[in-house]
Design a protein around this ligand. Sequence first.
Ligand code: ACM
Length: 670
Amino acid sequence: MLVNLTIVAENEAPSTRPPLLPVPAQVEYSDGQFRLNAEFTLAVEGKPHERMFRGATRFLRRLSGRTGLFFLQHYITETGKSRFANLVINCRRPGVVKLGTDESYRLTVTPEKIELQADNDIGALRGLETLLQLLQADEKGYFLPAVKIVDAPRFPWRGLLIDVSRHFMPMEVLKRNLDGMAAVKLNVLHWHLVDDQGFRVESKTFPKLHEMGSDGFYFTQEQIREIIAYANDRGIRVMPEFDVPAHATSWLVGYPELGSAPGPYTVERNWGIMDPVLDPTRDAIYDFLDQFFAEMAGLFPDEYLHIGGDENNGKHWNANQDIQAFMKKNNIPDNHALQSYFNQRILKIVTKHGKKMIGWDEIFHPDLPKTAVIHSWRGKEAMVKAAQQGYMSILSNGYYIDLMQPAYFHYLNDPIPEDTPLSEKEQRAILGGEATSWGELVSPETIDSRIWPRTAAIAERLWSPQRVKDVEDMYRRLEVISFQLEEHGLTHRKNFEMMLRRLTGDRDITPLRTFIELVEPVKIYTRHHQGVKYTSSSPLTRVVDAARPESMAARDFARRVDSLLANPSENNQAAVADLLKIWKRNHAALQAIINTSPVLREIESLSQDLTTISEIGMAAGNYYSSRVKPSEAWHERSLELLEAARKPRGQVMLMVVDPIEKLVKAVKTE
Ligand code: ACM
């Protein structure tokens, strides 16, 4: 299903190329430019699905929005009129939004004309996103560089999981993120609709599921259809997940008889691995799930249905005498085997309703039929083992964006790296991957800043050829794409300052911004283990929530220090010293704000540490460039203070300790 492309070396220095992200399979620039003006028109040819016309109109609006040009063309509603058009889009057939659909396209820009050719409209939509990324400007106006692009994805499954159970997300959050996904050529919304903390989909068959399991925050079936249509218009599949048998509290609030313990159950307010689990030994459970999945299979048109299957701690199974007796009678040796028994019955139900079953890697078991797809999250091993044993799989291990790891970490996590143990045939069983936005610590206000821009780096990993892995070049392009994503109403940048205004009581946010730009939230799951007890209604408005998952300012500073150490020129000295001077003064200004904003008290000593280590950095910079040798005692004391500054406060970490320490360690002592 993947187009085999010959790789042509790109013929310009990376830093001068337009920031295409994901990098297309094949790009060849040539001389000349297509200049844009208000007379620009586009035409659609061939036999596209009608989504092409809406997509072309959105393209025109975005181009108009970016350039301020008053295009004469209003809506694109039919094929034809290509004789006068500057941009001609040609699709051979209507696209179908499903796994493995042809998303390839060819884009040719010459000074006279732009041609976009694709098998179908979905490929054409991908090409229009590339075209928008090509837009450049100079003193004469806006233009597109002459270029020939031949492009197709490396993997057919490129997803983003959005968890709306832990925190409910309104419709507009989903819509703007679908637009963001389309912009970076992602094609699956994995909608995590059900978990302990909320049953977020309306069920007409079993209304107590959403009525009693959601605190009133759920998507009606009409809203579900609206999101599916919105995604479909952008060539994006919507795959629902109904997590069973564990993560099941919200099922049991209205239907406690499905559980393995007597209940009653209430909607979970806390985070973690919970005990409630469906009882896999009773036929009534399967009747219930048969009816429920029949209803959901009718609601969600995608071929795949995700059944979760993760993190069953088995406690309620162990404690239930009837379940234990059932296991003994049926020679089921352990809970994993019992869950496998459950999965096989679920697989039959899901298959009966015309769906393919996918589940988290816990569903992996020798008895699992090969038609199930394994979603690898605990490690890459499950994906490799699945492929070797003839299962198809997708990867999310290494793409957990809720863990606050840097973009490059996700970017370099290749499902099929050069040293893969998989044969070529086995490699074809790796369908792709998904970024996972788990919802414990996000609100509608912060979720975009946890998804973007890092998810764009994952999108590139899953779309672009394996050879595309220059981290510095990725960061250069990511900054530009991040800003372009705001066009869709995404709030990852604009909410930052609003959150700082709240934290400061609408006073001058400058010193707080300087500080927060240098910190990052604590990583992995540590945020839950630092003495703060989070529930589903805890405020997500503190410094740690405003802080970006990755500090670009700290990254920039580390680069400056490296340049200084490589070459202590006056410019390189100033590049480091200028920042340290600002940071050194910052605490005094921030202290005045902290004094009347008690919410900021938790970072007071960390802010003080920024001043302390900036002074150390300034001294080290002076010693380094003047070659004056400080005492051993200064050196030791400095390293102690730097170590102390590493301690997180307010659940954030100061990210400039490492480069300052590097500078101190480079200074020779007496
Ligand atoms: C998972 O993160 N429990 C799939």
